[in-house]
Design a protein around this ligand. Structure first.
Ligand code: ADP
Ligand code: MG
Length: 407
């Protein structure tokens, strides 16, 4: 089993997937624009070979170089888990005649309008929506859909350039900010709680699913720097309030014909109980949320994913033991982290329920919180009781404080 893996070193969880593949017996061939020396240890250890390309975003060039590199050797799979390289993966599969998502099958995962049209056709509730390519079209779409509404890039990620617009006056303020975006999706604004629905799917059947609750909703988290956003993987995914969301998830998999691997969906639960679909990625969630799944069930989702894509089998023993909360921190001030306070006290109180500390150390430069949900790092706590997990997460939000100062 020979697998080409795009970007084995970045983002930070990629080496874990490479490990998973090699643990189930695959030879993994990495391709990216990092130098081989810059790859994380875990990736190096589990790669059979590595091709450095000048620019991983230059799809035509990468396809040509990989073809040359592969030569006459046989390749069984091309795996891509990063949102921006999904189409590159499909192009490589088509060029090397390898099974898996094709270009046409990848499109609904990358184009928010095509995705919603497919789901509408399958009778799945999506926000009312339109594609718009100019200011004139956006204004017309806004008239049709009504306020409040959401405008976002058609192929966006991480809530970037996503705007909630209250009225026509506000629209005129937002329009100039969208000038660099060729195409946007204009949508009815859905008020409600926001959840993920993440699946390990094998032959089109969901074999494992994870539901995480965003506190607060991603757009709010991304608009207010003072917030320490939480993502909580829920232990009780069978509760009646989530049932309609789970059913919708399987319908989406069926409607898009997704067969093998991870998916990451987002959906909204309104106060009146109605569920509305948000979006789907044909890849795992980022921001270490696959690790969250491992902490929730004490299993290894990286290996289970690899077994599915290589051998078409799922062997995970899923025991849901914990609610797992990741709390992302943003330092106060700009520049370098100069002080972290509150950690000692919380460690003492939380004991074994604090399972992972991953903050930037004192001395490190702050990350750009607008570009990465991970921000200046995170803590992960887990607890069998949701209310206790939430209390602990809120304490981390409030009492763990990072200070930064310009140099
Ligand atoms: N129609 C909508 N109604 C309410 N909120 C929305 C809507 N569309 C997007 N959002 C908010 O913006 C965030 C980002 O939008 P999303 O479609 O998930 O794009 P991406 O995560 O790829 O940037 C969502 O998580 C949600 O908080
Ligand atoms: Mg999203």
């Amino acid at each position: 089993m020979d697998v080409i893996f795009i970007s084995p070193g970045y983002p930070t969880e990629m080496p874990e997937f490479v490990r998973g593949l090699s643990m189930v017996g695959a030879r993994v061939w990495g391709v990216s624009d990092q130098t081989a020396g810059a790859l994380p240890q875990m990736a190096k250890r589990h790669l059979a070979g590595y091709l450095q390309v000048p620019n991983i975003f230059d799809e035509a060039d990468v396809v040509q170089r990989v073809r040359q590199w592969v030569g006459r050797r046989h390749v069984d799979r091309v795996e891509v888990l990063g949102e921006f390289w999904m189409l590159l993966g499909a192009r490589l599969r088509e060029a090397l005649q390898i099974p898996g998502l094709t270009m046409a099958e990848t499109l609904p995962f990358r184009d928010k309008e095509v995705m919603k049209q497919r789901l509408d056709a399958a009778g799945i509730r999506t926000p009312r929506h339109t594609r718009a390519r100019s200011e004139v079209e956006i204004r017309a779409a806004a008239e049709k859909i009504g306020y409040p509404l959401i405008i976002k890039p058609i192929a966006g990620a991480g809530s970037s350039n996503t705007h909630r617009v209250e009225d026509a006056k506000r629209l005129e303020i937002v329009l100039p900010q969208l000038r660099g975006v060729a195409e946007v999706s204009v949508e009815e604004f859905i008020d409600g709680e926001e959840f993920t629905f993440d699946t390990l799917t094998c032959h089109g059947k969901i074999r494992y699913h994870n539901i995480a609750w965003y506190r607060p909703r991603p757009l709010i988290a991304r608009t207010n720097e003072w917030i320490s956003p939480q993502v909580i993987a829920l232990k009780n995914v069978e509760q009646p309030a989530l049932k309609a969301g789970v059913e919708m998830g399987q319908q989406v998999i069926d409607a898009l014909g997704f067969r093998d691997g991870f998916t990451h969906m987002e959906w909204y639960l309104k106060a009146d109980g109605e569920v509305v679909f948000g979006e789907i990625g044909g890849r795992p969630p980022g921001a270490r949320q696959v690790d969250q799944m491992n902490y929730a069930c004490d299993f290894d989702a990286f290996i289970e994913w690899a077994r599915i894509v290589c051998w078409g089998r799922f062997e995970g023993r899923v025991q849901r033991k914990y609610n797992v909360a990741t709390i992302f921190k943003r330092a106060m001030g700009e520049g370098r982290i100069i002080k972290i306070s509150g950690a000692e006290q919380l460690r003492r109180e939380f004991g074994p329920y604090l399972v992972w500390e991953n903050l930037l150390p004192v001395g490190a430069m702050r990350r750009n919180w607008l570009q990465t949900l991970v921000s200046d790092g995170f803590w992960v706590i887990r607890h069998p009781e949701l209310s206790t997990a939430m209390e602990m997460a809120d304490r981390v939000g409030r009492d763990l404080v990072l200070l930064a100062r310009g140099t």
